[in-house]
Design a protein around this ligand. Structure first.
Ligand code: PRP
Length: 215
């Protein structure tokens, strides 16, 4: 596929009915369905996607990539920091030769809201001209970060350029984005865990939660 990519929509519905409740570093983490009260003035984390659901979805994405890149040698470019856990688990399931690169971009300020300005914190080190490229993202939200990155990569004239995203939040989109390999469509809530942060916290959680702030 060239730099003009066909639009692909996913209608995958996320599950909300998983039951789990425990404490990490003094924060109450509980499923939305149980409706439990959070500790005073702490963000409440509600389970959205369990580690089992995430793993099953990564298995599916790896199968799609194994089908499409059989006999090829693409470069997978992870977008730091958020994609590190997704990337690490995905690439272990690929059965074709790959190279791994990272770029580090930043769009959020120190909190829940995007600043809307994209900063290149660490640019691409390897040449990609004439190569097949798969960008690995943890989330497409407004689309500003990935649009910026895809434009940046297109200017380097890769042979093909595709996007693989673990999660997509289409309700917040400001610019159109085509996701070639999509894990989950998520609701308009701030999500954390599995690499995703809230003010640099919660990246290490093995499941994905949405944040609720108590008044
Ligand atoms: C997050 C996420 C995406 C981007 C998506 O990165 O990892 O790269 O925001 O948002 P957008 O679609 O609204 O542009 P962030 O800037 O928070 O940096 P991080 O990956 O280091 O957490």
């Amino acid at each position: 596929m060239s730099c003009s990519r066909a639009r692909r929509l996913s209608t995958r519905k996320v599950a909300f009915d998983l039951l789990l409740s425990y404490h990490i570093k003094g924060l109450e983490i509980s499923p939305r369905a149980k409706g439990e009260t959070a500790l005073n003035s702490q963000p409440k984390l509600n389970l959205l996607l369990s580690r089992q659901e995430i793993q099953a979805t990564i298995d599916r994405l790896a199968s799609e990539l194994n089908r499409d890149y059989h006999g090829q040698n693409p470069i997978l470019i992870g977008v730091l920091k958020g994609s590190f856990m997704f990337m690490a688990n995905l690439i272990q399931l690929l059965n074709f030769p790959i190279e791994v690169e990272f770029v580090r971009l930043s769009s959020y300020g120190g909190g829940k809201e995007s600043s809307g300005k994209i900063k290149v914190v660490q640019g691409l080190q390897a040449p990609i001209k004439g190569r097949d490229i798969v960008v690995i993202e943890d989330i497409v939200d407004t689309g500003l970060t990935i649009s910026f990155l895809l434009d940046y990569l297109c200017r380097k004239k890769p042979a093909s350029l595709r996007l693989c995203a673990l999660t997509d939040k289409p309700s917040r989109r400001q610019v159109p984005v085509t996701i070639d390999y999509l894990g989950f469509t998520v609701p308009d809530k701030f999500i954390v865990g599995y690499g995703l942060d809230w003010d640099e916290k919660f990246r290490n959680l093995p499941d994905i939660y949405y944040v609720e702030l108590e008044d």
